[in-house]
Ligand binder design. Structure first.
Ligand code: TPP
Ligand code: SF4
Ligand code: MG
Length: 291
C-alpha cells in the first residue's frame, strides 16, 4: 500500500482514542524518515482486525506498506516479514481483543525470539468493531453485550503479562498525549528487540473510560492514569513489575531492558561464527526439486 485507498470508507466515531494514536504514528514515521534518511516504503504496518487495525487505511501523509491480515495474527505475520527481510521497519497496530485475546499466545514466543518489531496496542477494554463485547481488559462488573449482568472475570493486566513474558521495551501511555506516543514509537523502533507501546485509547461508543482515566479531583475521584514517578528507573525489572502490579495505569516508559539483542542480530552472529555456507533461496529450492 503506497497509496491511500479512496474507496475504503471506514470512519472512527467522534472522540475515539484511536485518532490521537494515528496522529502520533504519522508524526513518528515522518520523523523516522528524516532522521534515519529512510524511505517511507521501508516501513510495513501490520494491522490487526478491529477499529484500531483500520489505522492502516486511515493514515494521512506518505504511505508505508500495509498488511491488514487476519484477526490475532499480527505477530506471526510480522515474524515472517522480519525473517524474510530484516532491513524492513515493521510496526504492528492492534486492539486489546486482537493482541491479548485471540492473539495472546503469540506474545511469549515473540518475546523469547526478541522479534525486532514495535507493537502499538490500542486498548479500549472492549471489542469495538463488533459492537461492544467484553475483551480481556474489560474491567470486572462492566456491562457489555456479552456480559449483560456485569463481567465476571478480573481484567487482565497487560503490562504484567508483557513483563513476565520477557518483553524488553514497554511503554504505557494514553491517546490524549500523542507527543509522548510519537517519542515512544521512535524509541521502540530504535530498541533492538520486541517493543510494546500499550495505549489507553477509549471507545466513546461502547466503553468510554476518559473520565475514569482522568479522574475528577473536585469530586474526590482519583485518576486511574498516573505519571510514572521521576525516581522510576526503566532498566530496573523489579521496579517495573512492582509498578505494573499496582491497581493504576502508569504513564511513561515502564521498562527498557539493557543489553537486548534482537532476533536478527542473533541470527547474524550465528552465521558469522559458524562455518556453514550460506545458500541462496534458489539453491535451497533446487535441493527440493524432484529429479
Ligand atoms: C478469527 C476471527 N474471529 C473473530 C472475528 C470477529 N472480530 C473482528 S474484530 C474483533 C474484535 C475487535 O476488538 P479489538 O481487537 O479490541 O479492536 P477494537 O475494535 O476494539 O479496536 C472480533 C472478535 C474475526 N474477524 N476473525
Ligand atoms: S466503536 Fe469505539 S473503537 Fe470503534 S471507532 Fe467507535 S469509538 Fe472507536
Ligand atoms: Mg478493543
Amino acid at each position: 500500500m503506497t497509496k491511500r485507498n479512496p474507496d475504503y470508507d471506514f470512519k472512527w466515531c467522534p472522540g475515539c482514542g484511536d485518532f490521537g494514536v494515528m496522529r502520533a504514528l504519522e508524526k513518528a514515521l515522518e520523523e523516522r524518515c528524516k532522521t534515519a534518511n529512510e524511505l517511507i516504503e521501508n516501513t510495513v504496518v501490520v494491522a490487526g482486525i478491529g477499529c484500531s487495525g483500520n489505522i492502516v487505511h486511515l493514515q494521512d501523509g506518505p504511505q508505508p506498506y500495509g498488511i491488514h491480515g487476519i484477526h490475532g495474527r499480527t505477530l506471526p505475520i510480522a515474524y515472517g516479514i522480519k525473517a524474510g527481510n530484516p532491513k524492513l521497519n515493521v510496526i504492528i497496530t492492534a486492539g486489546d481483543g486482537d493482541f491479548l485475546s485471540i492473539g495472546g499466545e503469540h506474545i511469549g514466543p515473540a518475546a523469547r525470539r526478541n522479534l525486532d518489531v514495535v507493537c502499538i496496542i490500542m486498548d479500549n477494554g472492549i471489542y469495538g468493531l463488533t459492537k461492544g463485547q467484553a475483551s480481556p481488559t474489560t474491567q470486572l462488573n462492566v456491562i457489555t453485550a456479552t456480559t449483560p449482568l456485569g463481567k465476571l472475570d478480573e481484567a487482565e493486566n497487560p503490562l504484567e503479562l508483557y513483563l513476565t513474558n520477557g518483553v524488553g521495551f514497554i511503554a504505557s501511555l494514553i491517546s490524549t498525549k500523542p507527543k509522548d506516543i510519537t517519542k515512544a514509537i521512535l524509541d521502540g523502533i530504535n530498541y533492538p528487540g520486541l517493543a510494546i507501546i500499550h495505549i489507553q485509547s477509549p471507545c466513546t461508543t461502547y466503553n468510554d473510560t476518559y473520565a475514569l482515566l482522568k479522574g475528577d479531583v473536585k469530586n474526590d475521584i482519583e485518576p486511574l492514569a498516573i505519571d510514572l514517578p521521576e525516581s522510576h528507573d526503566p532498566t530496573n525489572y523489579s521496579s517495573a513489575l512492582e509498578i505494573a502490579r499496582r491497581n493504576k495505569i502508569p504513564v511513561g516508559i515502564l521498562y527498557n531492558k539493557e543489553g537486548s539483542i534482537s532476533m536478527n542480530q542473533k541470527i547474524d552472529r550465528q552465521k558469522q561464527s559458524s562455518n556453514a555456507q550460506q545458500r541462496s533461496v534458489d539453491e535451497l529450492l533446487s535441493t527440493l526439486r524432484l529429479k
